[in-house]
Each structure stands twice: as C-alpha cells, then as structure tokens.
Ligand binder design. Sequence first.
Ligand SMILES: [Zn+2]
Length: 409
Amino acid sequence: MLIALFMFMSLFTLSVKAADPGPVIIVIDPGHGGDNLGAEWNNVIEKDMTLFVAKCMRHELEKYDNVEVYLTRENDINLELNERADIAKKYNADILISLHFNMSENHDGTGAEMWAPMDSILNARSSYFGNIELSLLENIGIQPKGIFTRESELTSGEYYGILRYSTNHKIPSIILEHCYLDSPENEKYYATDRDLNVLGRLDATAVAMAYRLKSDELGRDYTDFKYKKGDELSLPLDILTSDNTAPNYVEVKIYEDKDDDSLVNINFYAYDTQSGIDYYSYSLDGGETFYPANYLYGCPSGRFTLPKSVLTGTNLVVRATNFYNLSTDSDVFDMNTELYGIQKAPEEFEDPEDLINEIPLYVLNEEMNPYDVPANGKYAFVLILGLITGISTALVLFVANKYRYNPGT
Ligand SMILES: [Zn+2]
C-alpha cells in the first residue's frame, strides 16, 4: 500500500516536473572523510568540521520552500571524488558545493577562496553563488580572496578532481574554502561549534539568495533577489545574534517499542528560538549525572531507546543544550509510574507539531548508549539449542551404526 502510494506520488512529481522547473536541488559535499582527514591544525580536523557545517547548512536550507538538499556523506566515511560527483549527477543537482577549510604551507594564508570550473557556462553559474558567498563571508569579517580556476598541467583539464568529474556530468560545482585553519585572524570563525553553525547557516543563506528561495519560517524572501559582483550583502541578524537564553522547553514522550515490548523509545522535542539545539543527553538519577552528549547539529528532535529493565525504577530527565552551551531539562519522569500503562507509539504521529516526526538517523548514537540490549541471553539460547541438536544427532548416528544391517558379516 505504502509502496503503491509512493509510486503514485513519484509519478505525480514527475508529471509536475515536466510543467514547472521543480525544486532547486542542492548537493552539499562535506570535504574529505574516513582516512582522508583533510587539514589538521591544533585540535581540529577538517573532515569533521566540513561534516558539521554541512549538516548545519542543510538544516537551515530545509527551512526554505522549493528546495531539496542532499549530502554526499552523512558520516565519517571514505568517498572518492568521482563518487561525490556521481551523487550530484544521481540527484540531478543544480550545483555541487564542496565544503572545505584551508591551510597554507608557510602558515601565512588568510581569508576565503573558491575554485570554480573552467567551462564558461558552468563557471558563470558557480561563480554567481560563489560571489554571494564571498560577500556574506566578508560581512562577518573574513577577507574575500576571490574565485579561481586551475588547469592541470598534465591533462589541460580541470586540476581539481571534484570540479573535473562534475564538469563531465555538466553540473556546476564549486570548492568553498571558508577560511584558513592556520590563520590566527581566522581562528575565531571556526573555533567552536557555534561558529561552525554560523558558517553553515551563512552558506545556506548564500544558496537561498543565489537560487531566490523563500522561507515563511525564517521570514525571508529572496524571490526578487538580484546580485551584481561587488554588491555588499548583509547577513540576516538571527544568524549572528548571540543567544543568551537557554532552550525554551524540552518535551518528552515515552512509548513502548513497536516491535519489541522489552524496549522503550524516548522521543523528545527541544525548542530554541535563537541558536538551535547542539546536543542532548539524559539522566537516570533525576538530573544528578548525565550520560555523554549526542549531537543534534541544530535539529530540534531526537529519540533514544532503552530496555525496560534498565529504565524501571529510575528518574528520567532529558537535557537539551544549545549552541551557546545553555541547557534546559525536561520534567523528571518517575519510571515506576510512567512505565505503568505505557503505550506503543502510534503508527503515525497525527500532528507533526505535536511531537517528533520520524527522527533523523544520525541522532541515534548507539556507541554512546551505555545500555545496549544485552545479547548474552539470545546467544545462550542458540548455544543450548546447538548443543542439544549436536548431542541428539551423535546419539542417533551411534545407535544407527550399532544396529545397522550389515550383510557382510
Ligand atoms: Zn579540504
């Protein structure tokens, strides 16, 4: 039924797409990943920063209408440059934006620079976005170095792989080097998660301006936006204003797991009107001690799962912390009374505002969950079953051997 509905919706989308240009499709590429760390400076690693900024950028961009946003990677994985361009091709991207942080050999570089394709049509499209981005970065104090092209001496094609493969797919692409990690002047733009969040939201705003998007939620309308190179652009204030208030509230709903009644899902929605939620943690002793943080990257909702046996008798509190390190706790849930009469989660949450729609996967961090379901019980059962099977097989073979009919003797 669901599949049929999905197919019907896809058909509908396709037929609509023929008539109007359809949504703007943005593919964000968090540079590096896996064994490829990118630049390393003091205690920061480029591959982690680009992923964080990419998720903040997507979160902001998804508040606009008529835009689809994809990331080439969601996790810390190895990904070849051609694979990144192939992902942009798969989604038929309007642009592939590859996020990076720079470093210079003599540690004397500073400011923002970009690399765009040599192909004149692709270059024009990429540079339109790039110039807006540079202007916004300049607005927060990062010196705009410019947008450059680079030809390979060997092949006379694109020097940078990501631009080369995207050009082969005829997709505009750009390498966005926000600032220099080894520049003392630039450090204040990337030093904290809050700074990276500002960069991600700035990147999203540059896309919104370049592709003339509109967001009721943010109260911004760039549908008539026009940019000429050299125009000074200002960033919306809410991206820059500091947040000196804790998240407004943390709402929690507790449900028995749909498939396994020994498990309990704790769903929460934390709201922060200003900077957004950076991470959550939970306590089982009424808020005295908390388990390690799980990052939400600005996403307001999350879910985690604990065995009923672990929750029973505890006092559960969920804490949400915003990008300014200010926290708000949920009510305390007495897990003797709350567990009594606990319900299974409804098949679909009727009102998405009510609570937690489906939770993004990256919110769940199994490694950090100290209460993974113990598998020992299951293994013991399999082991005993195996032993019984083995012994009875041996017995049957032994008996069969002893009494078998042997005409030779
Ligand atoms: Zn890089």
